[in-house]
Design a protein around this ligand. Structure first.
Ligand SMILES: *Cc1c(COP(=O)(O)O)cnc(C)c1O
Length: 459
């Protein structure tokens, strides 16, 4: 028979404050937060005693619950995870992981004062624009460069500064949504530019460009990369060079939003050819913009390279201040770009390390993992580049495959690990792609996999 709980046995806050562990909690979390946790724990346990007709527990149970509550309150929600999905630029998982040198540069500038806008030779005010721009000019052959917060803001700034309330010519084949509900045309419209759409969804011809330029007061011609979208079948788009020449014949600037923007030749890595930043500039693009955290493999940034007179206009526009890059990103981006300058991108930048792993490299890793775990099969599969870049780009890989009765329950179990492990299910099998697992996370991954697989429900 249920007995009514004796609530008079509930400890008071003052009573709990006398406990030695309370002092530790106050040192660790600060007095106000520790007190709030104690009150919350007492209230929780009181409610539970009433609704479950339970007796009030020992004092230690209150302290233990308060500890738990505190740990929950201070646990960051933005934390590292292990990406075992095989998607290299996983937008939901933070796109590009950074190189050691990139993080070191960010840390050094973050932990001290810096030369952000100070010229140490002259002892005078300097410019935040010089740090990365010189590197970009060297790497791409552009006349000038500008770095802003991200590529969406680069696009917004370009169109605001060069085409506000004027007509911008763009092909319907390029009016794409790139995920997260982000539509390239919506951003463009925010600049006040009027989008003049030409061609059909699947095809656009040079004569569509020529006719629009002849008939309408066009201010700028824009190309936007189709990102994670691919039109297949009956399609056509004129070569970039021809569109650029058509724009130039009418004295119009041509702007190329490359999206991902690569400095390296993707075809050297078994991927489809992706126009590089340098190639777009060589074809005559007046401005090229791209992201810092996609194929470049650096921190979030929007990078604009091209004609010096146009870049100067962008710098002078009031929006430039609103979308400027912060010092941490600038420090990190410089360090990432240095890897390219020193021809060490492939060995230092995680994204390119992953892309350049051969299927044989991945297979060897998968084999050693299966050996360590004594579970799982090795099967052929594909990794993807992702991140709104290289539509459909696939890299042959080998994955660990686990046949389990409840694959989704296993995925949830892996997500409860710290760092959480993000894997995927295909044909009822749990797949782990070694390609996207950072070397320093391998140990943690294997321990957690082993623990999870040893649980009764997964044995
Ligand atoms: C990813 C992408 C953007 C947006 O870049 P962010 O750096 O995420 O702001 C814009 N345009 C294209 C074509 C893209 O692929």
């Amino acid at each position: 028979m249920d007995k009514k709980p004796d609530l008079s046995k509930l400890p008071s806050v003052d009573h709990l404050l006398q406990r030695p562990t309370m002092m530790d909690m106050m040192v660790e979390y600060g007095r106000p937060l520790a007190l709030e946790a104690i009150r919350t724990a007492i209230e929780e346990i009181r409610q539970k005693a009433i609704s479950n007709h339970e007796q009030v527990p020992e004092i230690d149970a209150f302290m233990a619950r308060a500890e738990q509550i505190l740990a929950g309150w201070v646990r960051p929600t933005l934390e590292p995870v292990i990406n075992a999905t095989g998607v290299i630029l996983h937008t939901n998982l933070g796109r590009a992981p950074l190189s050691e040198a990139t993080m070191a540069a960010m840390q050094a500038v973050g932990l001290a004062y810096s030369t952000l806008e100070f010229d140490i030779l002259k002892g005078k005010r300097g410019s935040r624009y010089i740090h990365v721009e010189d590197l970009l000019v060297r790497l791409t052959g552009a006349e000038s460069a500008l770095v802003v917060n991200n590529n969406a803001s680069a696009l917004l700034l370009i169109l605001s500064a060069l085409a506000n309330r004027r007509r911008v010519l763009i092909s319907r084949t390029q009016l794409v949504e790139i995920g997260g509900g982000f539509r390239v045309p919506d951003v463009m419209k925010q600049s006040g530019a009027i989008l003049e759409e030409i061609g059909a969804t699947n095809r656009v011809h040079l004569k569509d460009y020529e006719k629009a330029i002849k008939d309408l007061p066009i201010k700028l011609v824009l190309r936007a990369h189709q990102s994670n979208f691919q039109i297949v079948g009956f399609t056509s788009e004129p070569p970039l060079k021809d569109v650029v020449d058509t724009a130039h014949k009418a004295d119009l600037p041509f702007v190329d939003d490359l999206g991902s923007g690569t400095l390296l030749h993707t075809e050297d890595y078994g991927l489809d050819h992706e126009m590089t930043v340098q190639e777009s500039l060589e074809a005559g693009s007046d401005l090229v913009c791209f992201s810092g955290d996609k194929l470049l493999g650096g921190p979030q940034a929007g990078i604009i390279v091209g004609r010096a007179d146009l870049i100067a206009k962008l710098r002078q526009h009031p929006l430039a201040r609103a979308v400027r890059a912060d010092k941490i990103a600038l420090a990190g981006l410089s360090a990432t770009l240095l890897h390219y300058l020193k021809s060490e991108a492939e060995i230092k930048i995680p994204v390119w390390q992953m892309i350049s792993m051969t299927p044989e490299d991945v297979r060897r890793k998968a084999q050693s993992w299966v050996k360590a775990l004594r579970r799982g099969d090795i099967v052929e599969n594909f990794s993807t580049v992702g991140g709104g870049s290289l539509p459909g780009a696939k890299l042959p890989t080998y994955v660990l495959a686990f046949d389990l009765e409840k694959p989704d329950v296993f995925l949830a179990r892996l997500r409860r690990a710290r760092p959480a492990i993000i894997a995927r299910v295909e044909d009822e099998r749990v797949l782990i792609d070694p390609r996207t697992v950072l070397p320093k996370q391998e140990g943690a991954l294997l321990v957690e996999l082993q623990n999870a697989l040893a649980e009764k429900q997964f044995r």
